[in-house]
Design a binder for this molecule. Structure first.
Ligand SMILES: *[C@@H]1O[C@H](CO)[C@@H](O)[C@H](O)[C@H]1NC(C)=O
Length: 284
């Protein structure tokens, strides 16, 4: 009797241990999965690149085509000195915020848009409209507080929308969820137009990026990413804008076809050229 009792006891404790062990392994696998999110391999990047040049760029026959493979296939290390480097940034060659390489013919053009206050959706729409007027084929929507840590992280559009900041120090370099497109996102000007841009309704922090991800998925577009080691970013320390408590309600109410590029309300826009950027001021 005593022997049976102890076996029973053992079984119960073994069961508990097995269950706990399974939970631990599952947790580990889930975490493992997000460190190693689904991405395109380095070898395949070339097949996905959106090779469109701004038609205003004049090609020179005496120069070779720029080699992008050399950029994204380079062996690289994390570059945490980027924060000091950004203070000694060399602006030569940049005119009105535009840069065209000297020694080779570029094969693609991008317009980087940074929106500097809480009306991020509306401001991205305004910036995208200006970039489209200036014939840019690709938009990179960029949070002002993020700095890339990998020189191999080629700033370019792919055939599908591309989330660049998939491995961010703020999230301990883990991608929190597949539909995250906040931070740095590159997509073609044409896709941006098809999605009717961003919702203009969100103010403060949060929501407009998730609502934009819903537009991407509703249009059966994919969210592509480079491998984690190429997608590392650091976030500069700053005070966060107030969280928008209405963001979930706004998300459920937004109708993409009625709220975006076709429903922008502002009183005036001014465009001015500065050495390193084009400043677009919007009065709402
Ligand atoms: C830069 O902007 C100024 C002011 O708008 C303009 O006069 C000039 O032609 C521009 N330069 C180039 C190279 O686009």
């Amino acid at each position: 009797m005593l022997g049976l009792y102890s076996i029973k006891n053992l079984r119960i404790s073994t069961c508990v241990l097995i269950v706990l062990g399974c939970i631990a392994v599952l947790q580990l696998l889930l975490l493992y999965g997000s460190y190693n999110y689904k991405c395109i391999s380095k070898e395949d990047i070339g097949k996905y690149l959106y090779m469109y040049l701004n038609p205003k760029v004049v090609k020179r026959l005496d120069k070779p085509a720029c080699d992008y493979e050399m950029v994204y296939k380079q062996v690289h290390k994390d570059d945490w000195s980027i924060i000091e480097q950004s203070n000694q940034f060399d602006p030569s060659g940049i005119v009105n915020g535009s840069f065209v390489p000297e020694d080779c013919n570029p094969q693609l053009s991008i317009a980087i848009l940074e929106a500097e206050n809480s009306l991020q959706g509306l401001l991205y729409n305004v910036g995208a409209r200006q970039a489209a007027r200036e014939l840019f084929p690709c938009l990179v929507l960029h949070d002002v507080d993020l700095l890339p840590l990998s020189a191999a992280n080629l700033y370019a559009c792919l055939l599908q929308p591309r989330h660049l900041s998939a491995s961010l120090d703020k999230f301990r370099f883990v991608l929190p969820y597949y539909g995250l497109v906040g931070g740095v996102l590159a997509l073609t000007t044409e896709h941006f137009r098809q999605l009717n841009g961003f919702s203009n309704k969100f103010t403060g922090w949060g929501g407009e990026d998730d609502e934009f991800a819903a537009r991407i998925m509703d249009h059966n577009l994919e969210i592509l990413r480079f491998p984690p080691d190429m997608s590392r970013y650091t976030m500069l320390v700053h005070q966060q804008a107030p969280v928008n408590g209405q963001r979930f309600r706004l998300m459920s109410e937004t109708v993409a076809a009625q709220d975006g590029l076709n429903s922008m309300h502002y009183r005036s826009v001014s465009v001015s050229q500065h050495p390193l950027f084009t400043l677009i001021r919007v009065v709402t």
